[in-house]
Structure formats: structure tokens, C-alpha cells
Ligand binder design. Structure first.
Ligand code: PGA
Length: 251
């Protein structure tokens, strides 16, 4: 039996003001003792206040990006140490929105993962193909290349979660077929085992892209899917609770 604990992760992206802190309270109240790990990645401005609310609960917090440096003259950026100092235990890295909008390369994502580990954070490394790449039959090559370039090397790999997020499924309501998800997740498990040996057995593989309460159960039934990275539906406490429940129901 797998030692991997399931993980439901919410990515709030650039959403959330003080008024939305009550959404976290609602989530914690509805999931007092979840049978899986639950993570919320709010905007950095809410981290510290949220960490006071998650203290003593089963909920963890994470950032959505970090700089490679610990500190310095990098106007507007946030370091991994700062995220940890504000209460984060995880950080999302290489999300396709950042890869596309800010030109983040695999090499940069890998450096950020090293910085995240130095700060004691678990790095959630995102990979995924565009629709054009899928239509050209390049999906596994693209994802293999992103893993090769973005993953930190050595023993650090166990402090990583990998999120497979097809770019065309993010925020669109379209999801791959279960067979397509299975193909990529099986490939990821084999690819990571090839690169990191038996340590890779501990790496959790999340699916992300238009996950909702109505499709979560079938997605979580796919082998090698250890949870989800959820955008839009994580902003609604009852939707996110529905996804957590679907994950808890997986044997
Ligand atoms: P979505 O976003 O659930 O809104 O599709 C997923 C993500 O970007 O992580």
C-alpha cells in the first residue's frame, strides 16, 4: 500500500481580501479532522493572518511563487524565507500562468525549488502541455522535459509534489479524459522513478485543471492521482469541501 498521503491543495491565485478570511474559517469548521492533507495557497498578503487561523487545525498554507534569493534588491518579489516566516509550509512553483506571463523557464523553476527547500518549504512543481502540444502528440515529451529541467536533484526530491496541469484545462471547464490523465500520471511516476529511484515513490502527483466537486471523485479514482491542485473551485468553501470529501472517500 502506498505511503503517500492524499493532498487537496487550493490555489487562490490573485484573489482574496480580508473579507475572504472567513472562507478559511468556514472550511476549517466543515473539515475539522480531514482524512487527507488540505492546503490553501492564498495571496502572500493573507498568509500571516491565515496562519493565525490555521494554527491548531489540520490545514496547511503555501505561497504561489518565490524568488530564488533569500533577500535583496528585488522590488516586488517575495522570498521563500519570507513565505515560511509568514506561516507557509509549501510553495507552488512553475505554474503555467507564471511560465506563460513571466517567461519562467525550467531552470528558473529548479532554482526556486532549491530556494524553497533551503527555507524548509515543500515545492509543488507544476507541469503541463498546451493544447497545441497535445494535438501535435508532444504531451509526454513536453512533460518529461519540464520534469528533467525543473526538478531539484538529489535527496531533495522527496520534498516535492508534482502537479500535472494541462494548460488548456485550467479555468476552462474542460478536463482531459480519465485515460489521458492516467497516461500522464503513469508516465510521471515511471519518469520520476527513473530519475530518483525508490525515493520517487513518496512524491505525490496532483492533477489540476477545472477540478470541481462533480468531477473530483472520478479523477481521484485514477491510479497515481494523489490529489488535486484546485483554482476556481477553491475560492468557494462548499465546493472545496466537496473536493476534500471526494478525496477522503478514496480508499
Ligand atoms: P482551475 O485552476 O481549477 O481554476 O482550472 C487550476 C490551477 O490553475 O491550479
Amino acid at each position: 500500500m502506498s505511503k503517500r498521503r492524499k493532498l487537496a491543495a487550493g490555489n487562490w491565485k490573485m484573489n482574496g481580501l480580508s473579507a475572504e478570511l472567513s472562507n478559511l474559517d468556514e472550511l476549517i469548521l466543515s473539515n475539522p479532522n480531514p482524512a487527507c492533507d488540505v492546503l490553501i495557497c492564498p495571496p502572500a498578503t493573507l498568509l500571516e493572518r491565515m496562519s493565525r487561523r490555521t494554527a491548531g487545525s489540520a490545514f496547511a498554507l503555501g505561497g504561489q511563487d518565490c524568488h530564488v534569493a533569500v533577500s535583496g534588491a528585488y522590488t516586488g518579489d517575495v522570498s521563500a524565507n519570507m513565505l515560511a516566516d509568514a506561516g507557509a509550509e509549501y510553495v507552488i512553483l512553475g505554474h503555467s500562468e507564471r511560465r506563460a506571463a513571466y517567461g519562467e523557464s525550467d531552470t528558473l523553476v529548479q532554482s526556486k525549488a532549491v530556494a524553497a527547500h533551503a527555507a524548509g518549504l515543500v515545492a509543488i512543481i507544476c507541469v503541463g502541455e498546451t493544447l497545441e502540444q497535445r494535438e501535435r502528440g508532444e504531451t509526454l515529451d513536453v512533460i518529461g522535459g519540464q520534469i528533467e529541467g525543473s526538478m531539484p536533484r538529489g535527496g531533495d526530491c522527496v520534498e516535492v509534489v508534482v502537479a500535472y496541469e494541462p494548460v488548456w484545462a485550467i479555468g476552462t471547464g474542460r478536463i482531459p479524459t480519465l485515460a489521458q490523465i492516467a497516461e500522464v500520471h503513469d508516465f510521471l511516476r515511471a519518469d520520476l522513478t527513473g530519475a530518483f529511484g525508490s525515493n520517487a515513490e513518496e512524491i505525490r502527483l496532483l492533477y489540476g485543471g477545472s477540478v470541481k466537486p462533480s468531477n473530483a471523485g472520478e479523477i481521484f479514482g485514477v491510479p497515481n492521482v494523489d490529489g488535486a491542485l484546485v483554482g476556481g473551485a477553491s475560492l468557494n468553501p462548499s465546493d472545496f469541501s466537496g473536493i476534500v470529501s471526494a478525496l477522503e472517500a478514496v480508499p
